[in-house]
Write a protein that binds this ligand. Sequence first.
Ligand code: FES
Length: 523
Amino acid sequence: MILGNYTLEVNYMAIVWKSNGTYTGVGEEPGESLWIQKEYRGEQQSRPSLEGNISAEVVVIGAGLAGVLTAYLVQERGMSVVLLESNVAGGGITKNTTAKITSQHGLIYKKLMTFKGEELAREYAWSNQIAVEKYDEIISRLHIDCDYEIKPNYIYTLDNDLRIKQEVEAANKLGLPGTYTKETTLPFPVKSAIRFDGQAQFHPLKFLDRLAKELTIYENTRITEIRSDGLILTDKGSAKGKKIVIATHYPFINAPGYYFLRMHQEREYLVALRCKDINKSIKLDGMYLDGDQQGYTFRNYKDYLIFGGGSHRTGQYNPMDSYAKLEQAASKWFPDYEISHTWSNQDCMTPDSIPYIGRYSVNYKNLFVATGFNKWGMSGSMVAAMILRDMIMGRKNEHQNVYDPRRLMLSGSKVLLKDTGIISKSILKELLKIPHDNYKDIEQGKAGVISHHGQRVGIYRDKQDNYFFVLTKCPHLGCSLEWNQNELSWDCPCHGSRFDYRGRLLSNPATSNVYDACQRRRK
Ligand code: FES
């Protein structure tokens, strides 16, 4: 099939694009976070890939914060540990977080008391409060220079005072340091807020880089198979572990575990603002978050104000969910500021707002998982590391029950039902819905979906008039990818895999590019 200067070849399921133009490109992601700027992080360490066959008592897969902390705490107890990372250490979610270390996770405690009962709510509360203190202990002991600052954390409301009062009551009942206030340093009035003292903020990659120096990490090493005897095959070599931890953001093994049936992903957008006149810059006394799901997040880092929001389910793109909304709000509240950096993040969400930490599945006692941090990955990673360390050492952790991946989730049944509906609709769309776009009508800088020999083909036309073709069938489990104009990516509404406009994998649980998937089928 010839499309202007492009040749679209479809063999079985495979699509190959051939461009006669020269791609001048915009990069896979729209922006880079403040944390990876060299002036703040310093020189990034480079680490080797796996070579040959190795073995260790514990193999941790995924060198984000959860994996690195788990490896560090286990190694501290005298066990041999190696980490395997498909990209670079800290190169996934850790580099994009707001890096607030807090046990205050939105207005969660009233909800947990109601749906989980006081005992489990207390386990959740205290595991996170201990995690906050554990950061302090590690940073002090190792003298880690990571811009660590102890600050209060606030959850505010613009209109629902009752929710704040109920949250203060629930937090206090659980023994947490929550106080009611109407005073904040935000540039707009709030109705009220709950304040937790003794929380903290830091530079996540400076912290991770320091811990990583203590560890054996193999980067750019992609797992291809995990066997029940603990043998892990990769594209570079193999590793054998008596215990294996999967800390890869979204677990990539579908069965057993079936995490894809009980977790979706959400995107959030962030900007760093810098004041044009340093005398007018706003110094917040702490970290802030709106109690409303759709609200904003605020914190300072050096002379910057990190400002974010516009959260939405991955694959359900709405232009006013993202940078446009942030820009509009920033110009109203911070007229003397300009945007210096933009970036986005993606989080795994569980139906009951509690992470999955523990045994990956009942049938595999030496395989562990940490995932589903519901946007609270700093304290969640530390909680996971402490629980998994104890489980690996054969000890019971006093807070492990509430995180049990096999728990019943009556409180999340509505969310589970909604997730199932979205998955069924997306699979049916991919199988049955015939797209009617015409490639000629796609504007420059935009995308559309055409039908070609009965298959849905996504097309992005860049501003230099190059066309990029992808199959819209997600290589994870076959849902229909949706175009995200904000980030020029194809996103999956089912479990949140993402691909750039060329079809290259950006986020798991998919483990291959759209093209790779096609080629495998062709063999
Ligand atoms: Fe699971 Fe796409 S991420 S089907």
